[in-house]
Every structure is written in structure tokens, then in C-alpha cells.
Design a protein. Sequence first.
Lengths: 143, 506
Amino acid sequence: MDGFIVTIWILRLLFLALLYLFLFAVVRVLLRDLRGASRERAELGRLVVVASPNGEPPLGAVFPLDAIASLGRDVNNTIVVDDPFASGEHAALTFRGRSWYVEDLESTNGTYLNGGQVEGPTPMGYGDELQVGEVKLRLERAR
Amino acid sequence: MSANVAWRTPATMVGSLFSAFRPRPRFRELGLLVLVSATLLLGSITAGASLAARPVLDAGQIPGGVDLRMLDSRALAAYVAGLLAVHLLFVATGRRTDQVLLPAVGMLGGLGLLLMQRLPQGLVTQSFGDAEFSLGQVQLGWLLLALTIVGVVGTVVRSDAWLRLYKYTWAATGIALLLLVFLFGREVNGVRLVLAIGPVAGQPSEILKVILVVFLAGYLSENRALLIEESTRIGPLRLPPIPYLAPMVAMWAIALGIVVVQRDLGAALLFFAVFLGLLYVATGRRSYVVLGLILFVVGAFVLYELFDHVRTRVDIWLDPFADPQDTGYQIVRALYAFGRGGLLGTGLGAGLPTVGSEPAIPAIHTDFPLAALGEELGLIGLLAVLGLYLVVIERGLRIAAAAADDFRALLAAGLAMVVGVQAFIIAAGNLKLIPLTGITLPFISYGGSSLLANAVIVGLLLALSDRGVEPPPPPRPAGRLRRVVGRVRGGGSGTPAKAAGRRSVR
């Protein structure tokens, strides 16, 4: 075989090999990222405190959510909202199949979703804002 | 999540913009970019050497040695420098954005650049004043502009309020663009796609796809809860509540309108597929997709019966060899090119780009770059290119999965889908898997509108991947849509703070 054909084919194959080396490097990064994500994925969503005049729960606190979470002033709640305008058992959040629902537990001052009062189990989207007493919490997707 | 999650005022936003300028290294991105540069350098050398040896080979002799010269070393250097400049910009601004997107897209763009430099340069010429620029140089200019857009959008966009709060404005802009094309568009090859205002000409359908995703993400995220909750049953199908069907039917009508008026089958297919995909992502209901597919089949059948240009496309697809010298020419040539490529390809620069002075495949630089790559890189190279598109899609969906709220998730998923679906439509069209529709191969095809629109997509995906950005703006009060369910009482102003007669429980 003559030099030209051999050299040029070595170069061409090297080029294809580099292309695959890059792809391989990228896929390795992606796999590591996905494995990390699947390890930490235990929560279904999270509540972030966006307004809290009395500081309990503190502003910016993040509550990872299970399928059922209760909110209120009572210490037995999943999320304790120590606010003078919150009832002992104020509201409940449930994840049913595809979506989050919020329900008012006959609280004195009511539960509000994006400024409207909640009357029965109401579907709740990520990004929606829940108000219990004077405390506002935003539902966020799990990360 | 930072401690300060309160909605920031413009003043603090500006403050945070400056305080955030804390350089943060991005080793992963840098490493991948080095690999990209090495690959492109080697590709340029093989293409240059093959092209240099062509006259000797054509004369029936075998060259004595390999003439190691690059295609256009300065252009490639400029492109690699552009990639590194964007990387440095990201490092300097210190945002925690995705580190894989830029290298993956940079590789695709670089392969496109090599291809454009290697094709006959006379395909495109543009002159600015005295200077004349040919295919490869024009593509380099667009690529550098696209990289600038990626860099700017990826660093500057910190809040998505300007997108989500004005979704109807965006939708109106999109429809206005569509109307402008319809009224003043210039016809190219019997297709009315190009809008020219003075010296600036572009294909609005390219940017329209971004606008469409923004609108759909806004609309679906606002009504997602309701679309999941309620449904009307018609026979075995569970449909969305009737009032919500309206925008979807409108969407279908717009897609049909694009086909009928603009004769742009590719864009119509892309819009409709992305719409169905996003609807599925938002609701998780297969019945909606089934309904959409039924509408699609009905629409396709009606269009086939009514319109000549649709019928021609389908007939060519079914049997391109019926008229291989005329209507089927493009597809037949593309199939030959894929066949000639085989497993390993002929090597960059060694394919058959021209027959006489004509390119072997008409519109090879816009609609058939995949056939050119298939010939010169072979099945192996083609699979790598498709793999790169998969990487871009995976990143988009991963960014969507990690997004804080529905709007960002749907936006990221939709943007990724636009790239993926568009690549699929044109790749499958090139390979005669589906009827050919003339749209561009993202990041690779020649063309300013396409590159710039896809750059906006990449920039937005990068911005959305940053977890430390502005929190989503506060949601607006439940609108008329959620009140249809009748479970949320009161309008926008009924916050407890304003409600009278509030009692302290303590």
C-alpha cells in the first residue's frame, strides 16, 4: 500500500475516534449527573417560605414534602406555622397521582391559594402560592 | 436556594447583577471544549488534505504524500476562539449554568462550518461594499453572531418574568409576524417563507417556534392543574374541558394555515409536534396525544386531497424513482450519497459534492447537510451527529426536570423538543423515512435565521439551568379558568390581610 492512502485513512479514522471520544466524555458527564439526581430524588415537591412576618417558620425555609403534609400552629403538624392568624390544624397538602391538592381544614381564617380562598380540595400547580395566616409558602418542584 | 427568596425589586436586581460577578471555574466545559477544538482541527486537516489530493486522484494517479493543509485555518481559529470567549464569559460572570450544552452545540456548529467550507463556495455569495464573502465565510459570520447571542442570553437573562407575564403579547407578535410573511413575504422555490425588510431578510418561522414554545409554556403552566383535573368524556376519549379545547383547536388551525398559505410543511409539522409534546408533558394524559394524532391524520388526509404541493411531496416520498431526473432528483441523489458513504464514509472532502458545476444534491447546504455528512462520515459519523442531538435533548429535559416551577419546566422541555423534533423531521426527510419537508438541520445547516433562533434556544436553556437565579415571580390570582371548577372563591383582591373581621386564633 502506498503512503497516501494509509496516512489519509489514519487521519480520517482518528477524526471519527475523536468524535466518539467527545461523545463518550459527554455521556459520562450525563450519566454521573443522572445517577446523582436519582439518588437524591426522595421528595415529591417542596414548600418555600416567601413571607413570614413573625419569623416562624423563617423566611426562605425549605420544606421537602411527602405525599401528605399538614400545616398549622399545632406542634404535631408536618409544617408548623407559628402565626397568630393560623389555626391549630389549618390546611393539608396531598399529592394524588398527578397533581398536588390543597384542602382547608376548617380553619378560622381560611387558606388562600394565589389570593383566592380555598373551599374544597383544590388542585395546586408548582409555582402557586399558599397563604396560611400571614405566612406565604410557594410550592416548588422537587430538585 | 439562597436565603433571600423574596421577590426582588429592580434596584436589588441590578445590585445582585453586579455582586454576582464572581468568577467560577467551569473545568468540565473547558475540557469538553478542548476536545471539540481537537476534533475540528483534525477534521479540517483531513478535509483539506483530501481536497488537495483530488486533482491528482482525478487524473488517475496516486499522490506521493499527504499534503497536510487545513481548509481555512483562520476561520476555524476564529470559531474556536469564539467558543472559548463564550466559555470565559460564563466563567467571569460565575453563573452556575449547564456545562455540557455549549460544547455539544459547539461541536454541531463546528461540523456545519467544516461542511460549508468544504462544499462548493459559489453556492452562496454575499457582498458588503467591496468585500465579497462566500459560503464558508458567511456561515462563519453567522456562527460567531450566534455564539454572541448564546453568551449574552446565557449570562444576562436572570428572570423569566419578561417571558411568562407577556405570553399573549408574544403570541400576538408571532401571529403578526406570520401575517407579515403572508402579505409581504418573498417567494423562494414556490414557498413563501422569507420576509425582507430593506437589506435584512429572514425566515420568521425560525423565531416563531421559540415564541410558540414561550406562549404554550405560559398557557399550559397556568392551566395545568385544571387540564389534569377536569375532562369531558366523548365515547372512550377523555377530552380537556371544552373551553380549553379552543386554544388547541386554534393551534391546529394555525398549523393548517401555515401549510395552506405559506406552503411550509416543515414548520407546520414542527409546530404541531411540539404542541402535542408539550401538552403531554404538562398533563401526562395520553388521550390528548391520541386526539391530536387523530386530528393530524384527518388534516393530513384533507391536505393531501386538496393541495397539489402536498400530494407531490407524498408521491415523491412513496416512489422517488418514478421520476428520478426531475421531481425525485433531490431524494434519489441523497439516497445515493448515503449509500456511497457506507459504514466509514469517503472521508471529509472526498465525497461527490458536484456533478459538473452543480452541487450533486440541490439545496445541499440548507436542506441536505445530513446527506453530505452521511456520504463523507458514513454511518458511524452520522450516528455520532444524531447522538449529539440526543445530548442536547437530554440536557433540555434534565433542565426541565430540575426547574423550580411549571413554567420553567415546560419552557425548557419545549425548547429541547423544538431542536429535537426539527432535527428528526429533516433527518428523516433526508433518509426517506417521512416525506421531505424543507426545514433546516439545527446548528449545522447554512442560514442566519436558523442559527440565530437556535442560539436563542441554547441561551435560554443555559439561563434556565441556573439554579441560583431569581425565584419565579409570584403567581397571579386564580383566573377565570381555575374558577370554572368552582372550588376557589373570590377574585384577585381577597387576600386575608385585607379581609375584614379577621380574628386572631391565639
